[in-house]
Design a protein around this ligand. Structure first.
Ligand SMILES: [Zn+2]
Length: 185
């Protein structure tokens, strides 16, 4: 799957723009729930809609079948999250859903979970939302700050409340490690 030309650069600019709007500097972390609030999305744990036992049952039947989903109710965007996820995973999931909203993806397919309809996207849009969401969580200036302080992906994950997988993905694809090695302080 290939991203549209210039997509990564646009994602970085958008991450910076949102931080500025929120009064946060581009190299600083943001609480992804505050970003959701900023874009006027309401984050709701799925346990508010269905019993936690049923979510646990679904998880047993098919692990990670349900991470998060966005839907509209009377013109408001609701991001429904899975309360069984770790803090880091939750951050990735919410960031991914915010990305769908900001990218104005046309959510076409409908899936039902426990009788609740959720909309999902095309595979290319899924990839875009993941890349964009990762950029919102860990924009390049933030990673560069961290790398200059000698933090690797594992420490970045702990420091910024994201998964190690996400930290490693961003750390590698942005090339910050190489940049820091080239210009040691
Ligand atoms: Zn998605």
């Amino acid at each position: 799957m290939t991203l549209p030309r210039g997509f990564k650069a646009t994602a970085e600019r958008e991450a910076t723009r949102i931080r500025h709007e929120m009064g946060v500097s581009e190299g600083d972390p943001v609480n992804i729930l505050s970003v959701a609030e900023h874009v006027q999305a309401i984050v709701v744990g799925a346990d508010r809609l269905v019993a936690i036992e049923r979510l646990e049952e679904l998880e047993r039947l098919q692990a990670y079948a349900f991470s998060a989903a966005t839907f509209d109710v009377k013109g408001k965007s609701y991001i429904v999250t899975n309360p069984l996820r770790s803090r880091g995973r939750l951050a990735s999931d919410v960031a991914h859903e915010i990305a769908h909203l900001l990218l104005q993806h046309d959510l076409t397919e409908i899936r039902e979970i426990e009788g609740v309809p959720f909309r999902t996207c095309r595979p290319d849009e899924e990839e875009q939302a993941t890349v964009f969401g990762g950029t919102l969580l860990l924009p390049r200036p933030l990673l560069l700050n961290a790398a200059r302080r000698g933090l690797g992906p594992e420490q970045i994950a702990v420091a910024y409340g994201v998964t190690t997988e996400m930290a490693r993905f961003r750390y590698t694809t942005t090339g910050v490690a190489k940049q820091v090695l080239r210009r040691p302080r």
